[in-house]
Structure formats: C-alpha cells, structure tokens
Design a protein around this ligand. Structure first.
Ligand SMILES: Nc1ncnc2c1ncn2[C@@H]1O[C@H](COP(=O)(O)OP(=O)(O)OP(=O)(O)O)[C@@H](O)[C@H]1O
Ligand SMILES: [Mg+2]
Length: 287
C-alpha cells in the first residue's frame, strides 16, 4: 500500500470564514505496484483537491493519510519531524494548469529543476531533460525556448516532461490531455500507458474524456460533491443506471455497440473497449 486515505475531509478557507468543504470523508487506497487509474467527476467535484493531497501539497482538515509510510493528519503537518520532500519526489504530480509549474527562463532549466532539487547532478539532469522533452513529443530545439512563449499544448507537454524527469514511482496527471489535438492526446496517452506497463508504475489520470477511461483504465474513481462515490471496474460503472445522475458521458464505443445491437440486431456481446476490438467483433458477426 503506497497511499491510504482514512476519512479525509478538506475545507478551503473562505473570506467569510465559513469555509468550503471540497473533500468529504474520502477513504481510498492506491497501490504502487503498477495500477492504471482514472479519476473522473463533474467540474468542482474535488478531483484536483484530492490529488493535491496525494503528494501532500494540501493536508487534511479532518482524517489522516499515509503516503509511502509517512503519516499525515490534520494535526501532524510538515515540521522537522514530518518531512514531505521524499513524498514530493516519489509521487510526481502534473498540475491541471501548467502555468503553476513553469517558472524558469528556459524549458531546459524548467525540466532540470525537479531532478536537481532532489539531488541529481547537473549533467544527469541535462540528460534527463533531453530525454523527457522527446518523450512528450517535442524536439530538442524547445529546450532553449522560454516556457512562457509556448502554446497551451506545448506548455502542457513541458510541464509533463518536468515531472517525468524526476522519475517518480507514482505519476499523477491532472487533465494532462485537455487542450491537445486528438493525435497529440492519443500519443501522450500511449506514453503514460507505456510508463505504466514497461516500468510497472502506478499512473493516475484525471480526465473528462470517458473514452480514455473506458479504453485504458482497469480502475476508475468517481468524485461527486467532494465524496468518492465509485471505486472499481469501468465496465461495471458504465453498465450502471446511476451514471446519468453523476453527469458522466457514455463512452463512444458503448454508444456504437448499443446502436449496432438495437438498429441492426448484431450480437455485440463481450467486452469491447476500443475500436480494434469493435472491428474484430464486427468481422466475426458479419462473416
Ligand atoms: N483555492 C480555493 N479556494 C476556495 N475554494 C476552492 C479553491 N480551489 C478549489 N475550490 C473549490 O473546491 C471545489 C473543488 O475544486 P477542485 O478544483 O478540486 O474541482 P475539480 O473536480 O478538479 O474540478 P475541474 O474538473 O473543474 O478541474 C470547487 O467547488 C472549487 O470551487
Ligand atoms: Mg481540476
């Protein structure tokens, strides 16, 4: 067990001092033995707040968390006894808004910042910056550019490269593919999936794209009004009737499969999670 939340609630402070309850009694366990998880839920449901707890950027108002053996509760915040630095190195978090993460003069310095901060040598950090920028689909020429003069999608890629270069054990990405063109989105998802499969790392992705959830995730978490309302298999989730109440879209593949069944009376039974599987099934039933 790498991350365990027990009855975690979190309240943002507000000007009127009433506070805003963004997390409401969340219990969850994330293993670091190679899970691929998606976290979904409507806008404002608490997804970003939840993942900012996972690397101790935010700490609970109530309840407690155990992150890689470090216990953090509402009373035990960071001090000389509880160190959060190792957590930040091992649990890499890519922010929803890349602007929060980019601040150096050049892309290269920005990507090198994390590794250097955690004790990696200058030359090794440079090497990792070059590798990471290529992994996210940008060429070396970007290294000398200012991160502030990049497009939204390029900034997003640079912020992802900065976290990849730290080589974290657990990779958490807050809407990493929003604002990217479809080809760029698919290529990056493949990168995350490769990191998960070839290095056996746990990857958690926040997304509003139900196709990503259905095609890639073995486990999906659903947030609603600060509470975790579902934790399990995506196939079971989308076969449930209550997803309408949770304002979730139905993945394209399920809609297509349903239309083929009801309009053409084709037998599309079995688990079909992507285009390739759908085409294979079509070939079988039409031959
Ligand atoms: N710094 C803050 N101060 C006060 N309230 C906040 C702050 N950040 C977020 N909130 C509130 O907490 C709730 C949860 O926000 P959060 O950003 O976690 O949602 P989210 O599920 O990530 O949404 P989205 O899909 O739009 O990114 C929202 O109602 C939001 O308005
Ligand atoms: Mg968010």
């Amino acid at each position: 067990m790498a991350i365990k939340f027990e009855h975690v609630s979190f309240q943002y402070k507000s000007i009127d001092n009433k506070g805003y309850l963004a997390l409401d009694d969340v219990n969850v366990v994330i293993e670091n033995t190679g899970e691929f998880i998606t976290l979904i839920g409507e806008t404002g449901s608490g997804k970003s707040t939840l993942v900012q707890h996972m690397n101790a950027l935010l700490t609970p108002s109530k309840g407690s968390m155990n992150i890689l053996g470090v216990k953090i509760s509402s009373t035990a915040k960071e001090n000389k006894d509880v160190q959060f630095n190792p957590i930040r190195k091992q649990v890499g978090l890519v922010f929803q808004f890349p602007e929060y993460q980019l601040f150096e003069e050049t892309v290269e310095k920005d990507i090198m910042f994390g590794p250097k901060n955690f004790g990696v040598s200058e030359s090794e950090a440079k090497k990792r910056a070059r590798e990471a920028i290529n992994i996210v689909g940008l060429d070396d020429s970007y290294l000398s550019r200012s991160p502030f003069n990049l497009s939204g999608g390029e900034k997003k890629r640079v912020s992802i490269a900065g976290i990849l270069a730290m080589e974290p054990d657990i990779l958490i990405l807050d809407e990493p593919t929003s604002g990217l063109d479809p080809r760029g989105r698919d290529a990056l998802l493949e990168v995350f999936y490769q990191i998960h499969t070839s290095l056996n790392k746990t990857v958690l992705i926040i997304t509003h794209d139900m196709n990503t959830v259905y095609e890639y995730a073995k486990r999906v978490l659903v947030m609603r009004e600060g509470a975790l309302v579902y934790d399990g298999d995506p196939v079971k989730l989308f076969s449930r009737k209550n997803i309408d109440n949770w304002n979730l879209d139905v993945p394209d593949i399920i809609q297509l499969k349903d239309a083929l069944e009801s309009n053409f009376h084709l037998d599309m039974s079995g688990t079909i999670r992507n285009k390739k599987a759908l085409l294979k099934r079509l070939e079988e039933v039409l031959s």
